[in-house]
Design a protein around this ligand. Structure first.
Ligand code: NAD
Length: 290
């Protein structure tokens, strides 16, 4: 397939490289002028979009996505697929998809989970909103870049799935860290706590697969000084998107809001920036220790 790829950062770079390695003809563009192995370097977003069957975008936020969309939609061939894999607000995803469809294109919002390691290893999960025909065209690309792609319904539903998932993740990580800090104060051994909770009704991915306590459970960023992993800054971004969506939709999300406020405090006022999102545990441990 002839593919245009816009946004070759931490995630987009390895995703584009995997598509090229699988034999697709990939032309890329990034304002930071990065080069990616196997990917032909284009000079503008419009140039890489021209004549491509699928144009992928992997960009920082909704405003940048809207600006790039305005540039590439007029350049894309009718019937081509506009495949955005960035994490952005639901409104931007739906607005961009509507513009693409008006221009005779297929549009998919397909945010990912799995992080940089998933992008490098081709093991991402894609949560996809948009039309079925576009999903079928993109399926073979999802298979190269990831291990699973779930079609979640019409445009914007991929972003909706992503922020709902990450709202659960943010809240469960916080309460798992709170529980470890409380257990410490009650004299409950961390290993015993893990052995009980991981096989009882308090279990979650945060406890069982990504345990925030060093030396407990499977290997996780806690065992590596809380180097990310999934950075607290990115969790804050996703929680803010969730709260923005909740406000627009008039949904009641008190724990999501509490999680967003706590990550904002941690990242912007404490030492959370650049640390893994599970570094909430040492934050809670500090109470009573100066
Ligand atoms: P990044 O900052 O490393 O990459 C974004 C790239 O977009 C940069 O290289 C930047 O130069 C480029 N860019 C910005 N404006 C541009 C423009 N107008 N035209 C062309 N290129 C432009 O970010 P990332 O970590 O690769 O994340 C990309 C997206 O994936 C974000 O929406 C993020 O929330 C999401 N995401 C990231 C992770 C992760 O672990 N890093 C996990 C899941 C989802």
């Amino acid at each position: 397939m002839k593919i245009g790829f816009i946004g070759l950062g931490n995630m987009g770079g390895p995703m584009a490289a995997n598509l090229a390695r699988a034999g697709h003809e990939v032309t890329g563009f990034d304002t930071a002028d990065v080069t990616v192995e196997g990917v032909t370097q284009g000079h503008s977003a419009a140039e890489v979009a021209q004549g491509a069957q699928v144009v992928l975008t992997m960009l920082p936020n909704g405003d940048i996505l809207r600006a790039v969309a305005a540039e590439i939609i007029p350049a894309m061939a009718p019937g081509a697929v506009f495949l955005d894999c960035s994490t952005v607000d639901v409104d931007s995803a739906r607005a961009v998809a509507a513009q693409a469809q008006e221009a005779g294109l297929s549009a998919l919002d397909a945010p990912v989970s799995g992080g940089v390691a998933g992008a490098e290893n081709g093991t991402l999960t894609f949560m996809v909103g948009g039309d079925a025909a576009g999903f079928e065209t993109a399926r073979e690309l999802f298979d190269i870049m990831g291990q699973k792609a779930v079609h979640c319904g019409p445009s914007g539903n991929g972003q909706a799935a992503k922020i709902c998932n990450n709202m659960i993740l943010g809240a469960t990580m916080i309460v798992t860290c709170e529980a470890f800090a409380l257990a410490d104060k009650l004299g409950l051994d961390r290993q015993a706590m893990f052995d009980v909770v991981s096989t009882s009704s308090g279990y979650s991915w945060s406890m069982n697969a990504y345990c925030p306590a060093p030396g407990i459970g499977p290997k996780s960023p806690a065992d590596n000084g809380y180097a990310p992993g999934f950075a607290a800054d990115l969790m804050l971004k996703d929680l803010r998107l969730a709260m923005q969506a909740a406000e627009t939709a008039d949904a009641d999300t008190p724990l999501g809001e509490a999680a967003m406020k706590l990550y904002a405090q941690f990242v912007e006022k404490e030492d959370g920036a650049g640390r893994d999102f599970s570094a909430m545990l040492p934050r809670f441990e500090k109470r009573g220790h100066g």
